[in-house]
Design a protein around this ligand. Structure first.
Ligand SMILES: [Ca+2]
Ligand SMILES: [Ca+2]
Ligand SMILES: [Ca+2]
Length: 627
């Protein structure tokens, strides 16, 4: 008894000793950013140091080429220091140290000076010359089983649980680059790789049970790569390997909110870092229409812009200058340290345009060819087009946003080709293109990770999925495919739409990354999409030609892409019966009078009296060109 008591007292002494003895000594927990490169357009760089006992601290930098500019700003609790660090253009790359000193002691950490990455083949942007492919990292391919149960986050990996991590990672994407190349992909959009919380999410219950951050949208560290996916070095390896294969990398970023377990939630770096606090904040009411209303009800607008997503995702206040600076530098850092090519920005519309203006300007200043696609999930062109940059609206701000995911076109694509409803909903939507500053670069899609898969829509067939692909890969814009849709994968609402790619995981019964592992239907669909991406690559008009409607009826749609090298004519019959249509082509530049269908569905067509007469079997598409 006595021995146990003694042991207990000793244990308490050991536990308390460091707290009692060093409670007042400064301690550094994190430095953001951890590195920066010379000759950056962002110089000085604003460094945020998180830690303890910083009251009255001085900041010193050691090593050549670094200088502190001005006085550091320290918060009242002594847990954050903001300091401007100037980097000389000729500063040699390498580790430096940052020392924080108070009257009670000092703490030291490292900061790395980098050489700027060679620009050749990096920071490329994207265009209609690309075919984009969306991968949910956790669900595509497990290339490294050693990171499935990392020390720091045990118990959240379980392939049988659709809300847990399944093991997919960056190595898995590297391993499957040849597959993507074969399909004709030229750009990969990866769901966020930020470090998400290392534990079960007890705040957001899914089907009454805790979930995880496998999807990546709940960051706990904006500068970290999640330990399930790999490391920063592995990410660089992926970007370089993709570039060698002629494939670009697009990062999915989040600037609207943090994850619920971000350390900032309990200890915000400034009093106005978030819109509200965990205890007291607005809830997002999603009255998004007020965002493009010149006369909005202020309360509805505030609740939509500043309310916490789903009531638990802390909403960042981009009006706070430190927040704005932090987020802008964070974006530049990912691009500048990895060489990636584009960004897909999550929840674009819930972040003020005044911030986006500064953010896009900073991105373009450093990386002029870079492109950004924003997520504004809405089916109304009046609404989505409001957010595209290139002009000033009533709010007096040009956001600078290059392009948007084309959700207004996504819904009619689903209605027509999955549900078999009239195909004329598509040209009716395209007719609103004039509302955009530039519709040619909109990112078109027939599937994504936030919606049920095409094949899980009521009425969906492989024939319909082929038509949807034929349309997306031949209309204006930058086509975006969703992993597994090329195999007609099924999956209803999120997260079942985020199923595991067959063959990507240890123990999978078959490997659909190879022809031998695909069913007859899957192989046929895969080859069909591959044929379409090949045609898009070969035929310049399909990428850059102007879109011209030739014929619209309830279930038939014909259009041309009129390019520098002549015209390509696409005819779609969405009816469950064969159909024959005739239309005028006198406005097109067609070097040949005899056109051949590149998809092998229609007989060759002879143009007579400036007219094309096309007969197509039920639910089929043809691509005519004079070759
Ligand atoms: Ca893994
Ligand atoms: Ca993590
Ligand atoms: Ca917001």
């Amino acid at each position: 008894m006595h021995a146990i008591k003694k042991l207990l007292i000793c244990a308490i002494c050991v536990l308390l000793y460091p707290i009692v003895a060093v409670a007042q000594t400064p301690e550094i927990l994190k430095v953001d950013p951890p590195s920066w490169w010379t000759r950056s357009s962002m110089n000085p760089v604003r460094v945020m140091i998180r830690g303890r006992n910083f009251q009255g601290a001085r900041v010193q930098l050691s090593g050549p080429g670094l200088r502190v500019i001005g006085a550091p700003k320290i918060n009242d609790r002594g847990t954050y220091i903001f300091v401007d660090v100037s980097i000389a253009p000729n500063a040699p790359p390498g580790e430096r140290s940052i020392t924080v000193t108070t009257s009670r002691g000092s703490a030291r950490t490292s900061f790395e000076v980098l050489a700027p990455l060679n620009r050749a083949g990096r920071f490329q942007g994207f265009s209609p010359n690309d075919v984009m492919y969306l991968i949910m990292i956790d669900r595509f391919a497990d290339g490294d089983q050693s990171n499935n149960e990392p020390q720091q986050s045990r118990g959240i990996y379980d392939r049988k649980n659709k809300f847990y991590y399944h093991g997919g990672d960056l190595q898995g994407v590297i391993d499957r680059l040849p597959y993507l190349k074969e399909l004709g992909v030229t750009a990969i959009w990866l769901t966020p790789w930020y470090d998400n919380y290392d534990r079960l999410n007890q705040i957001e219950l899914k089907e009454d049970k805790p979930s995880t951050g496998f999807h990546g949208y709940n960051p706990q560290d904006f500068y970290g790569v999640d330990e399930h996916f790999g490391t920063h070095a592995k990410l660089r390896e992926l970007v370089d390997a993709a570039h060698r294969s002629g494939i670009k990398i697009i990062q999915d970023q989040v600037m609207n909110h943090t994850g619920p377990y971000h350390p900032w939630v309990e200890d915000p770096p400034t009093p106005t870092w978030f819109n509200g606090t965990k205890e007291r904040h607005l809830k997002n009411v999603f009255q998004t229409w007020v965002l493009h209303d010149p006369r909005p009800v202020e309360r509805l607008k505030n609740e939509t812009m500043e309310g916490w997503f789903l009531d638990f995702l802390p909403d960042l206040n981009q009006h706070d200058r430190e927040v704005s600076r932090y987020l802008i530098q964070n974006t530049l850092w990912w691009i500048g340290t990895t060489g990636l090519d584009g960004i897909r920005m999550d929840t674009w519309q819930y972040v003020p345009n005044s911030f986006w203006k500064d953010w896009t300007a900073a991105v373009k200043r450093e990386f002029p060819n870079f492109k950004v696609v924003g997520e504004v999930k809405d089916g109304d062109v009046v609404h989505t087009s409001f957010f595209q940059g290139g002009r000033v609206r009533f709010d007096g701000v040009d956001s600078g946003l290059d392009t948007l995911l084309d959700f207004p076109l996504f819904y009619p694509i689903r209605h027509a080709f999955a549900e078999g409803k009239p195909v004329d909903g598509i040209p009716k939507t395209l007719a609103r293109d004039y509302l955009y500053t530039n519709s040619e670069i909109l990112v078109t899609l027939l599937g994504g990770h936030d919606d049920g898969r095409f094949m899980s829509e009521k009425g969906a067939t492989i024939a319909g999925l082929k038509l949807a692909n034929a349309f997306v890969l031949t209309t204006r814009g930058v086509p975006q495919l969703y992993y597994g849709d090329e195999l007609a994968m099924e999956g209803g609402d999120e997260p079942t739409t985020r199923g595991d790619f067959p063959g990507g995981f240890p123990g999978d019964k078959r490997n659909a990354f190879t022809a031998a592992g695909r069913t007859k239907d899957e192989q046929e669909l895969f080859e069909y999409i591959k044929r379409l991406t090949t045609l898009r690559r070969e035929l310049e008009p399909l990428r850059t030609g102007s879109l011209m409607n030739l014929h619209v009826s309830e279930q038939q749609y014909a259009y041309a892409r009129n390019g520098k090298s002549g015209a390509v004519v696409v005819v779609i019959n969405n009816e469950n019966d064969a159909a024959t249509i005739e239309f005028d082509v006198s406005r097109l530049t067609l070097p040949q009078q005899r056109l051949n269908d590149q998809l092998g569905v229609s007989r060759p067509v002879q143009i007579e009296d400036d007219k094309m007469r096309v007969s197509l079997p039920k639910r089929s598409a043809a691509i005519f060109v004079g070759r």
